[in-house]
Design a protein around this ligand. Structure first.
Ligand code: ADP
Length: 210
């Protein structure tokens, strides 16, 4: 068992992950709690190159299993090179997306067999599980408003039905694993959400230190 604390943020794009990650790290810095921040796909030199391949809009012919394996490759690199060593040193590690995104996007979204995805996720993470996962949930209408004129990447520009399946997947996952996953109503103000997230984080940190 690692000594650190591993916290991940999940949700459809536009749900406020980056915003809430930034709120959390601001608070951590203020409290003098050392942390490391990563994002997926990416977070390592190799992972960032895989990210470019995955998100490139010109790669419309990418097959679902190719996509799944690329995400998993990036994740393995990040987990072994960065996340596990940091957790073993007792650090707080924050990650913007982790394997739950694969379950939601490649599983619920693309329709790849969920058992297969689960097994691959275990390989890609060396069976590492986050201590706490926040799933930020917004409606598809809110997503449309927030993304506005943003230039969308390959995944973001998928059709509405795809994103509906992904959202539903995240909600189902949160219901199945309530001890790890917290469903956050992302339609509220940034401050309201960040307070709730901080309370969950602080409770877990205090509990782990006892
Ligand atoms: P993600 O990282 O999940 O794609 P972002 O944090 O980038 O989401 O947020 C997407 C957009 O929505 C940004 O323009 C951000 O400023 C805005 N946003 C984030 N949280 C809220 C909120 N609670 N209310 C309104 N707008 C928000």
């Amino acid at each position: 068992m690692n000594k650190g604390l591993f916290v991940t943020f999940e949700g459809i794009d536009g749900s406020g992950k980056t915003t809430q990650v930034n709120e959390l790290i601001r608070r951590l810095a203020k409290e003098g709690i050392p942390y490391l921040l990563y994002r997926e796909p990416g977070g390592t030199d190799i992972g960032e190159k895989i990210r470019d391949i995955l998100l490139d809009k010109n790669h419309s012919s990418m097959l679902p299993i190719t996509e799944l394996l690329l995400y998993s490759a990036s994740r393995y690199q990040l987990t072994v090179n960065s996340i596990l060593p940091a957790l073993n040193k007792g650090k707080v590690v924050i990650c913007d997306r982790f394997y739950d995104s694969t379950t939601a996007y490649q599983g619920y979204g693309r329709g790849i067999d969920l058992d297969f995805i689960h097994r691959l996720n275990c390989v890609a993470t060396k069976s590492l599980k986050p201590d706490l996962t926040f799933i930020l949930d917004i409606s598809l209408e809110e997503r449309k408003n927030r993304l506005g004129e943003k230039v969308l990447d390959r995944l973001e520009q998928e059709n509405l039905e795809f994103h509906k399946r992904v959202r539903k997947g995240f909600i189902q996952m949160a219901n199945h694993e309530p001890e790890r996953m917290v469903l956050i109503d992302g339609n509220r103000s940034v401050i309201e959400q960040s307070k709730e997230i901080w309370n969950y984080f602080k409770n877990l940190k205090d509990k782990k230190e006892k």
